[in-house]
Design a binder for this molecule. Structure first.
Ligand code: RET
Length: 257
């Protein structure tokens, strides 16, 4: 609930944040708004599925019926929409020339989708067939490593294209990407510790932390980066939005802004 509440609320923020940006970057927070809407709906559905699958008896969630069990499979379906958007946003924020942007986006999306779909197949093994969980988990991880290599390439281009003042941003985004996307395979592998109520709940917690970080906070970071970039590239409304010096404020108030 925390997760979908946060996602829905930030649709508004991202749409409004786009107004301060140079036109070429406006699509970056707009795509975040699309991700927020798509993930919010999916997470709301996941929450209602949880409620119809479990009953809280005492301090423990117990399954309500054998044939209406909770599943995380819908998440993977939703990632098929959101992950390609999150990756493309990065290449757009770094202002790569159009043909390169398309090429790099496709080169990231292919391993990403293969990673998600092999993981989706593997996760059906979590209810007992751990060999399915493990074998497809490893295959999915191979695609993840391929994806990491492609993202690294985009990050390096980001360092090259960023104005001097912002060269640290792509590097930090790189570590942030590894730390937040790395939470998903951990959540995937968790049933290995036993399929107890605690593990099932901790898994939802991990997924929620990962979702809020890799979509919402990531969107905030990219929006701030493109705001600074817009200003440094001479787009005045962005520069005004960032202006906090006493001189800037007094000029703005004299002008009646
Ligand atoms: C799986 C299967 C096990 C191995 C690996 C996985 C990686 C998943 C990732 C998911 C990222 C999702 C995001 C969603 C945002 O909407 C598929 C769990 C490596 C990295 C960022």
């Amino acid at each position: 609930m925390v997760s979908y509440g946060a996602h829905f609320a930030f649709i508004l923020y991202f749409i409004m944040a786009s107004l301060q940006l140079a036109p070429r970057y406006r699509v970056v927070p707009i795509l975040s708004a699309v991700v927020m809407a798509s993930a919010g709906l999916s997470l709301m559905r996941e929450f209602s599925l949880w409620e119809t699958s479990y009953e809280l008896t005492g301090a423990v969630y117990t399954p309500l019926a054998e044939n209406s069990s909770f599943t995380n499979a819908f998440r993977y379906g939703n990632w098929t929409i959101t992950v390609p958007i999150l990756l493309t946003q990065l290449a757009i924020a770094f202002a790569l020339p159009r043909p390169e942007l398309h090429k790099r986006a496709i080169r990231m999306i292919i391993p990403a989708v293969l990673m998600i779909w092999t993981g989706l197949y593997g996760q059906f093994g979590e209810t007992g067939d751990f060999s399915q969980l493990n074998v497809w988990g490893v295959i999915s991880t191979v695609f993840f490593v391929w994806l990491i290599v492609e993202v690294r390439g985009v990050i390096s281009r980001g360092v090259q294209t960023s104005p001097v003042e912002l060269k640290g941003w792509p590097k930090n985004i790189w570590w942030y990407f590894l730390a937040t996307w790395g939470l998903y395979p951990i959540a995937y592998a968790l049933p290995q510790l036993g399929f107890t109520g605690d593990v099932v709940v901790v898994r939802q917690l991990l997924f929620s932390i990962a979702d809020i970080s890799s979509k919402l906070i990531y969107g905030l970071i990219l929006s701030r980066y493109v705001l600074r970039r817009s200003a440094l590239e001479g787009y005045v409304p962005a520069a005004e939005a960032l202006e906090t010096s006493p001189l800037g404020s007094s000029v703005a108030s004299q002008r009646g802004d």
